[in-house]
Write a protein that binds this ligand. Structure first.
Ligand code: GLN
Length: 488
C-alpha cells in the first residue's frame, strides 16, 4: 500500500493549521483520498462523515484561522473514534459494532468527544471493533472484520482494530479507542502504531459504552508516543459525570525524560518460549539491549501472579459485562423484536437476535459467576486475587519505574485462526491485562518487526498516575528505536 509519509507531529501540524501554513482542507482531502481508495478493502469505518461534510468542517477551521481567531490544540486534525464512544451526529449513528445498536442515534457526546471538539479537532467517523469491545481480533464485529494493512490475510488485533488501522493506513491522524484488557495496545502492536492506556480514572468514561467498568479506560492511538501524549493532554481531566474520574491532574504530561538510570523489571514469563513466540521474544531482547545501551537498569523477575491474570481478568470482565449489558433489552436501548406478545419473549428475542455469539457467551458466563452459590467461589475470589496483585505491583514499583514486556504473545495472526476457539483468543491477552487489573498506565510502541515484516509492539507499564513519566520515557525510547517511521 502506497501511503503519503507524514512524519510531522500532531502538535506541529495543528500549529501550522492555526498559523495558516497548512490548510485543514488539504489535510482532510488527503485523508479522504486514502479512505476512498482503501476503506472498502480494509473496513475501518462503521460510519463516517460524507466527504463534503468533513471538508466543510475543515474549511470552517481554515476560515477561523484566517480571521485571526484563537484555535484549539488539535485544530484541523482528523480523528477517528471507536464505535463504542457516543457522538451526537446524524451521520454517525449505530454503536459498538453490534446489531442491537443498529442505527442507534446517540443523544449526547461523550466527555472525550466534547474535549476534542473544544480543541477544534475534526471527528470524521466511528471505527470498527469487536462487538461491545469483546475480543482480540476485531473479528467479533457484527458486520465484517477489519483487515491488517500489513497483510490482508491477518487480523489487525482487537478490539480497537478499526482505530489502529485508521492510523496505520493514514485514514486518520489520531484515533480514540477503549482498553479493558489491552484493546488499545494490542491492535497498536499488531498494526505498527503507538497506543496508550492511561491510568484508570485519568480520562472520563462518560459516554463510553460500559463493558467492564472497573477495567475500562479510553486511550489514544497515533504514530508516536509524542502524539499520544499530546492528545492525552487534551482528553484527560476530572469529570463529575464519571464517579471514578480522578481529581489528580496530569501535570506537564508533554515533557521529556531520560532513559539513563531508569529501572525496568522484565518478568521471566515474558521471555518464556512456551508462552511467547520466538519472534516476539527477539523484539523484546532488542528493546532490552537498546535500553541497556542508553543506561537503563533491567532486572529479570519471576512474578508468580502472572499465571492468574487471565482467569482473574475474564471472571471480572464477564461479571461486569453481564451486569452492564442488562440495559440492552429492546425497551430502554436497542433494536426491539416487537412481534412477540409477552414481555419475557420480547426480551429474549431482542437480545438473542441483537447480540452476537461471543457477547451472549460472556453474558451467560458472567451471570453464572455472579449467581448466588457461586459468587464467592468465582467473583469474590477474583476480586481478592486482583487486590493482592495490586499490592504486589505496588511493592514492585517501589523497586522499579517500569515493567517491560511484549503486548501480545504473537504478531498478527491469520483471519479465522482463533475465531472458533475462544480460549485460544483469550490467551492473546496474556501480557496486556495486568495494567487494567492494577489500574496502571501502559503503552505499546513499535519494536523490531518479524523477519517477514509484521509489526511487533513493546509494552511499558508504569506506576498509577505517573503517565507523564511513562509517556516521556516511551518517547525517548522511540527516538532510539525509529520503528514508528514504518508504514505498511
Ligand atoms: N481481549 C480482551 C477481551 O476480550 C480485552 C478487550 C478490551 O480491552 N476491550 O475482553
Amino acid at each position: 500500500m502506497q501511503l503519503m509519509e507524514n512524519s510531522t507531529s500532531l502538535q506541529d501540524l495543528s500549529e501550522e493549521v492555526r498559523g495558516g501554513q497548512t490548510r485543514a482542507e488539504d489535510l482532510m482531502t488527503s485523508i479522504y483520498d486514502r479512505i476512498e481508495s482503501h476503506d472498502s478493502v480494509l473496513n475501518v469505518y462503521r460510519s463516517r462523515l460524507k466527504r463534503e461534510s468533513a471538508l466543510q468542517k475543515a474549511c470552517a477551521v481554515d476560515q477561523r484561522a484566517a480571521s485571526g481567531e484563537k484555535l484549539g490544540p488539535l485544530a484541523g486534525i482528523p480523528v477517528s473514534i471507536k464505535d463504542n464512544i457516543c457522538i451526537r451526529d446524524p451521520e454517525l449513528n449505530g454503536g459498538c459494532a453490534s446489531k442491537i445498536l443498529d442505527e442507534y442515534p446517540s443523544p449526547y457526546d461523550a466527555h472525550v468527544v466534547e474535549k476534542l471538539k473544544a480543541a477544534d479537532a475534526i471527528i470524521i467517523g466511528k471505527t470498527n471493533m469487536d462487538e461491545f469491545a469483546m475480543g482480540s481480533s476485531t473479528e467479533n464485529s457484527a458486520y465484517a472484520p477489519t483487515l491488517n494493512p500489513w497483510d490482508h490475510g491477518r487480523v489487525p488485533g482487537g478490539s480497537s482494530g478499526g482505530g489502529a488501522v485508521s492510523v496505520a493506513s493514514g485514514m486518520a491522524l489520531l484515533a480514540l479507542g477503549s482498553d479493558t484488557g489491552g484493546s488499545v495496545r494490542q491492535p497498536a502492536s499488531m498494526c505498527g502504531v503507538t497506543g496508550v492506556k492511561p491510568s484508570y480514572g485519568t480520562v472520563s468514561r462518560y459516554g463510553l459504552v460500559a463493558y467492564g467498568s472497573s477495567l475500562d479506560q479510553i486511550g489514544c492511538l497515533a504514530k508516536s508516543a509524542d502524539d499520544c501524549s499530546y492528545a492525552l493532554e487534551v482528553i484527560q481531566g476530572h469529570d463529575p459525570r464519571d464517579s471514578t474520574s480522578s481529581k489528580e491532574t496530569l501535570l506537564e504530561s508533554h515533557g521529556d525524560s531520560e532513559i539513563r538510570g531508569r529501572r525496568f523489571c522484565l518478568p521471566e514469563a515474558y521471555l518464556d518460549p512456551e508462552l511467547v513466540d520466538a519472534e516476539v521474544i527477539e523484539t523484546i531482547r532488542e528493546a532490552e539491549s537498546v535500553l541497556l545501551k542508553e543506561g537503563a537498569v533491567i532486572e529479570k523477575r519471576s512474578l508468580d501472579f502472572l499465571s492468574y491474570v487471565i482467569p482473574t481478568y475474564y471472571i471480572l470482565a464477564f461479571a461486569e459485562a453481564s451486569s452492564n449489558l442488562g440495559r440492552f433489552d429492546g425497551i430502554r436501548y436497542g433494536v426491539r423484536k416487537d412481534t412477540e406478545t409477552n414481555l419475557k419473549s420480547l426480551y429474549s428475542q431482542s437480545r438473542s437476535s441483537g447480540f452476537g455469539r461471543e457477547v451472549q457467551r460472556r453474558i451467560m458466563l458472567g451471570t453464572f459467576v455472579l449467581s448466588s452459590g457461586y459468587y464467592d467461589q468465582f467473583y469474590g475470589r477474583a476480586t481478592r486475587v486482583r487486590a493482592s496483585m495490586e499490592k504486589k505491583i505496588g511493592k514492585l514499583f517501589e523497586e522499579f519505574d517500569f515493567i517491560l514486556g511484549p503486548v501480545s504473545p504473537f504478531p498478527a495472526f491469520s483471519l479465522k485462526e482463533k475465531s472458533e476457539d475462544p480460549l485460544a483468543m483469550y490467551l492473546a491477552d496474556l501480557c496486556s491485562v495486568l495494567p487494567n487489573l492494577t489500574r496502571c498506565p501502559a503503552i505499546s510502541i513499535p519494536g523490531k518487526p518479524t523477519p517477514s515484516g509484521l509489526p511487533v509492539g513493546i509494552q511499558m507499564m508504569g506506576r498509577r498516575f505517573e503517565d507523564p513519566l511513562l509517556l516521556a520515557t516511551a518517547k525517548a525510547m522511540q527516538q532510539h528505536l525509529q520503528y514508528h517511521q514504518l508504514t505498511p
